[in-house]
Design a protein around this ligand. Structure first.
Ligand SMILES: Nc1ncnc2c1ncn2[C@@H]1O[C@H](COP(=O)(O)OP(=O)(O)OP(=O)(O)O)[C@@H](O)[C@H]1O
Length: 245
């Protein structure tokens, strides 16, 4: 995306942001609540209005709506997952297959992506655990083999083992050439599993940073906690800031 901006009335949520998410890599965008992360992803996906340019695998998709971007190979798992709670796991997947015009075998492939989905194929999606719902949302987003997968706050509220399983899937997809983008308010859960990323603060993005640890340091620096190598000092600094000293 280049020169991407999102406005809501008079307020600017994303300001002239240019980011690249290469195929074959797991990239991250980290930033605190309200930094503009969801707005950025929704703009990339075409479901909120934006200015600037979005290019997917060399094709300018800026003029296309979300459905057509999805047809070109862009997939988004939105914050909150947006599964259909009163439909079964299989029906949630079937709906996506119907929307994309995919054959029935793709439904079976999606159910097999995570063992728990096959086991719970006839359960209502609304009774699944948070982790199972996230797996359903990811599996559904992967139908049609997207070129780029955007995951908005995937790890929120999930146990570390579940996040690890989801990140294993992200890694496998990247190894197959997909551009995977994880967007998180806190880097801890994904730090050791990402290749590169950006810090987003008040709608503005950093330069690209290579590796999870370097991104964590850049994020801490940007947030005013300066000494990533000296956790004791960083904690004292953070506590004194919180106490207003
Ligand atoms: N539909 C909307 N109308 C007006 N303002 C909005 C809308 N959506 C988001 N905003 C504002 O835009 C800014 C960025 O919000 P956004 O949700 O993109 O941030 P975020 O980094 O994803 O935050 P969080 O981690 O809390 O989800 C915030 O100030 C928010 O209040």
């Amino acid at each position: 995306m280049s020169g991407l901006s999102v406005r809501y009335g008079d307020s600017i949520a994303v300001s002239d942001v240019s980011l690249t998410f290469p195929g074959g890599a797991v990239s991250a965008v980290v930033g605190p609540n309200g930094a503009g992360k969801s707005s950025l992803l929704l703009a990339a996906y075409g479901s909120v209005a934006s200015t600037g340019r979005v290019t997917l695998d060399g094709e300018d998709v800026s003029g296309l709506g979300a459905a057509r971007r999805s047809g070109r190979g862009l997939a988004l798992v939105p914050q909150g997952r947006q599964i259909f709670p009163t439909m079964t796991v299989r029906e949630n997947i079937q709906v996506m297959a119907d929307t994309l015009g995919l054959p029935g075998r793709e439904v079976e492939t999606a159910l097999d992506r995570f063992p728990v989905l096959r086991e719970r194929a006839r359960a209502l999606a609304g009774v699944l655990s948070g982790g199972e719902q996230q797996m359903l949302a990811v599996s559904r987003a992967l139908m049609g083999s997207p070129k780029a997968l955007l995951l908005d706050e995937m790890s929120t509220g999930l146990a570390p083992l579940i996040v690890a399983e989801l990140m294993d899937t992200a890694r496998r997809l990247a190894d197959e050439g997909t551009a995977v983008v994880v967007v998180e308010p806190s880097i801890g859960a994904v730090r050791d599993r990402i290749d590169r990323g950006y810090v987003l603060l008040r709608g503005r993005a950093s330069e690209p940073v290579g590796g999870g640890r370097a991104l964590e340091a850049a994020y801490q620096h940007a947030m005013g906690v300066t000494v990533a190598e000296k956790p004791g000092e960083a904690v004292r600094h953070a506590v004194s800031q919180r106490n207003g000293r």
